[in-house]
Design a protein around this ligand. Structure first.
Ligand SMILES: NC(=O)c1ccc[n+]([C@@H]2O[C@H](COP(=O)([O-])OP(=O)(O)OC[C@H]3O[C@@H](n4cnc5c(N)ncnc54)[C@H](O)[C@@H]3O)[C@@H](O)[C@H]2O)c1
Length: 261
C-alpha cells in the first residue's frame, strides 16, 4: 500500500454521517467543509434555514455530500426530531461536533440571570440535546461514534470579563471526560478542543479593536489570530479512524497562548 493510500484510509470519513452544530459560519463552517472533503455526509445545522441551505449548496457544488438540518440546539424536542430524521434518511449518525455557541462579554456584577442562563443553555444544554439524540442512534446502530465538543482556553484564562462563558466551557470539559468514560464501551469516543483567539464573527469586536489585536500579535507565541483552518484538521483527526483510541482528550489549539506567561 502506498503512503498516500495508507493516509487516505487513516483519515477517510467515507460512509459516515456527521452533524456539525452552528456550521453556518466561523469554525463550524470550516469543520463541516473539511469533514465533507474527507468523505462524510455533513448535516449543516444553524438557526437560519437560508444560511444552512447556502452552505449545503457550497458543499454539494464541490461534488461532496451535505444535507440541511436547521434547528435551535437549545430546543430539546427540535434536536431530537432533527437527529432522528437524519438517521432515518441516512441510516446512521456517526459524528457529532458540538460547535454552536454564543458569547456575552460583560462584568459579573452586570450579568442578568437570563443572560447567564442563555450561555449555559446554548453551550451545555445544546450539547446535551444533540449528543443525547445522536448517542441513542450510535448505541443502537452498534457502529460506534465520535463526539467532539468545542471548549475554550477560557476555562483556564480570560483576558476580558466572561465568567458565564467560562462556566459553560468548563462544564463541557467535564462532560467530555464523563462521556468518554460512559460511552467508550460502545465504541464511541468523546473529545474536546480548546481553541485560543480565533478570528471569526464571534470575536469581531476584538479583532476590530486595534489594542486587543496588538495584544494577540505580541502575546500569542504564534503571533497571529487563529482561523478555522487551524481547528478543522484537529476535528478531522479526532473523528477519523486514526484516532480510534483517543478518548477523553482535551486538545488545546491556541498558538501557544497559555504556555507563555
Ligand atoms: N472564536 C473564538 O475565538 C473561539 C475560541 C474558543 C472557542 N470558540 C468556540 O467555537 C465555537 C464556534 O465559534 P465561532 O467563533 O465559529 O463563532 P460564530 O459566532 O462565528 O459561529 C457560531 C455559530 O453558532 C450558531 N448558533 C448560535 N446559537 C445557536 C443555536 N442555539 N442553535 C444553532 N446554532 C446556533 C450561530 O448562528 C453561528 O453561526 C463556539 O462554541 C465558541 O464558543 C470560539
Amino acid at each position: 500500500m502506498t503512503i498516500h493510500a495508507h493516509l487516505e484510509k487513516l483519515f477517510s470519513l467515507d460512509g459516515k454521517v456527521a452533524v456539525v452544530t452552528g456550521s453556518g459560519q466561523g469554525l463550524g463552517w470550516g469543520i463541516a467543509d473539511l469533514l465533507a472533503k474527507a468523505g462524510a455526509t455533513v448535516a449543516i445545522n444553524d438557526l437560519d434555514p437560508k444560511t444552512v441551505d447556502r452552505r449545503v449548496g457550497q458543499i454539494t457544488d464541490q461534488g461532496l455530500k451535505a444535507t440541511p438540518l436547521p434547528f435551535d440546539v437549545t430546543d430539546h424536542a427540535a434536536a431530537r426530531t432533527a437527529i432522528d430524521s437524519l438517521a432515518d434518511r441516512h441510516g446512521s449518525v456517526d459524528i457529532v461536533v458540538n460547535n454552536a455557541g454564543i458569547q456575552n462579554r460583560k462584568p459579573i456584577v452586570d450579568y442578568l440571570p437570563h443572560e447567564w442562563d442563555a450561555l449555559q443553555q446554548t453551550h451545555v444544554g445544546g450539547t446535551f440535546n444533540v449528543t443525547q439524540a445522536a448517542a441513542r442512534h450510535m448505541i443502537a446502530g452498534g457502529r460506534g461514534g465520535r463526539i467532539v465538543n468545542l471548549g475554550s482556553i477560557a476555562t483556564l484564562s480570560s483576558r476580558v470579563p466572561m465568567a458565564a462563558y467560562a462556566a459553560a466551557k468548563g462544564a463541557l470539559t467535564a462532560v467530555t471526560h464523563a462521556l468518554a468514560s460512559e460511552l467508550g464501551r460502545h465504541g464511541i469516543t468523546c473529545n474536546a478542543l480548546e481553541p485560543g483567539f480565533m478570528a471569526t464573527e464571534f470575536t469581531k469586536s476584538l479583532t476590530e479593536n486595534e489594542e486587543f489585536s496588538a495584544f494577540v500579535r505580541t502575546r500569542v507565541p504564534a503571533g497571529r489570530w487563529g482561523t478555522p483552518d487551524d481547528i478543522a484538521p484537529a476535528v478531522l483527526y479526532l473523528t477519523s479512524p486514526a484516532a480510534s483510541y483517543v478518548n477523553g482528550t482535551i486538545l488545546r489549539i491556541d498558538g501557544g497562548t497559555l504556555s507563555y506567561l
